[in-house]
Ligand binder design. Structure first.
Ligand SMILES: Nc1ncnc2c1ncn2[C@@H]1O[C@H](COP(=O)(O)OP(=O)(O)O)[C@@H](O)[C@H]1O
Ligand SMILES: [Mg+2]
Length: 379
């Protein structure tokens, strides 16, 4: 962990340098902009005054000579103002247009950021799904080295599977394929028998809940963050979801409770607290398929017990994929799959697997007793 600190530190310095550089560039750009506008505005104003003066001067001369009425001069001055006022307003507007188009660039770079996976031409919207899930001979690689080799998984609608195994085995990659953050190289992920590549992504993701190991919170209140996936939820619904997961206990720590404002990324909250909030978010969203990837890994024991109780409600009636290190969390699955080096090396119920001399038993032995499942009954 000393290494992590050093890495974090040197990264910070790099970011600081980059930030300083951008600040300096921004300052210089602002100085140039200010210089230009401090020339431009007065120049236009000066021109206006000179022109008015010239008209008045010429007017006085012609009136004196008796060739012009005073009304004509007044009208000419009025017309001049009509010309210069919009010119001035235009130059002010120009600044606003520049700022707006810079903002537009930023917005579109954000909007464009996440289209690694695009809808295929002719993709169909997916209606409400039952949640039958099928991974059919999936292979996948991020780079040159294959990460998954011929993965076969079938989950009936409403079923629950758990993926366990040492880190780097490919569990999260499977979760990402199910959520269609990536498409498989060969094979197919099917929901209710439909290949995910044939459906509109939005219509699928709307029915999907994903809780990741290090969840991201948006700037806004805790309640906003829970409501995120279901914007029309009532305060009562948000409160119920929070209470079911134990977020109300987290909120109690703050003066404004659920209305406590978190900053972007969720700083000021522990990783476990952010996980609790994102689990409440998933509960409120009421998805048809729920993926929990190490969703309770940073949660302290008392909160975890609370969540264990909420799991029944969280998982009821939906297809769920649980990835966990703690065997206590995976015991509720209908089937546990042990993943090693991109392959499923064992599958079965907890009792089946404990009865065999295999990967699962080895895995169970590496874990603390307090998280060992029914090998230690009466829990
Ligand atoms: N975004 C990525 N780019 C390249 N390689 C990755 C990426 N994510 C994971 N991997 C690699 O894929 C393998 C499986 O990782 P992962 O699915 O995260 O395993 P697990 O969740 O079981 O710990 C690992 O070798 C990991 O280094
Ligand atoms: Mg993982």
């Amino acid at each position: 962990s000393g290494m992590a600190v050093i890495q974090a530190f040197s990264r910070e310095r790099a970011f600081q340098a980059e930030f300083d550089g951008m600040n300096e560039a921004n300052r210089q750009a602002n100085v140039v902009a200010q210089k230009l506008s401090s020339i431009f505005f007065p120049a236009i104003e000066f021109l206006g005054i000179v022109a008015t003066g010239a008209v008045l001067w010429a007017g006085a001369y012609f009136i004196d000579a008796g060739t012009m009425e005073i009304g004509t001069v007044v009208a000419a001055v009025g017309l001049l103002a009509l010309v210069f006022q919009p010119l001035q307003e235009l130059s002010e507007l120009y600044g606003q247009v520049q700022a707006a188009s810079a903002a537009m660039d930023k917005i579109s770079s954000v909007l464009d950021a996440e289209i690694d996976i695009a809808d295929a031409p002719g993709a169909r919207p997916l209606g409400r799904i039952d949640g039958r899930l099928e991974l059919d001979r999936i292979t996948f690689a991020y780079g040159a080295d294959p990460v998954l080799h011929g993965i076969e998984i079938a989950v009936p609608a409403g079923g629950c599977i758990a993926l366990v195994g040492e880190s780097g085995g490919g569990k999260s990659t499977m979760a990402k394929l199910i959520a269609r953050f990536y498409d498989p190289f060969s094979g197919a992920v099917r929901v209710d028998g439909t290949d995910l590549r044939e459906v509109e992504l939005r219509s699928y993701r709307r029915q999907l809940g994903v809780v990741l190991q290090d969840p991201f919170l948006f700037s806004g209140t805790i309640a906003d963050n829970i409501r995120f996936a279901k914007p029309d939820a009532s305060d009562q619904e948000v409160y119920d979801a929070a209470a079911a997961i134990g977020v109300d206990r987290v909120a109690a720590r703050f003066e404004h409770g659920l209305d406590h404002v978190v900053r972007e990324g969720g700083s000021g909250l522990s990783a476990g607290e952010r996980q609790l909030i994102s689990i409440a978010r998933a509960l409120l969203a009421d998805p048809r398929i729920l993926i929990l990837d190490e969703a309770t890994s940073n949660i302290d024991r008392p909160s975890e017990i609370l969540i264990e109780r909420a799991f029944d409600r969280l998982l009821a009636g939906r297809t769920s994929i649980i990835i966990a290190h703690r065997l206590a969390t995976v015991r509720r699955a209908d089937e546990i799959l042990v993943v090693e080096h991109g392959r499923i090396v064992q599958r079965g119920t907890e009792l089946d697997l404990l009865a065999q001399d295999g990967a699962f038993r080895r895995l169970a032995q590496t874990l603390h007793r307090d998280v060992l499942p029914s090998a230690f009954p009466a829990a």
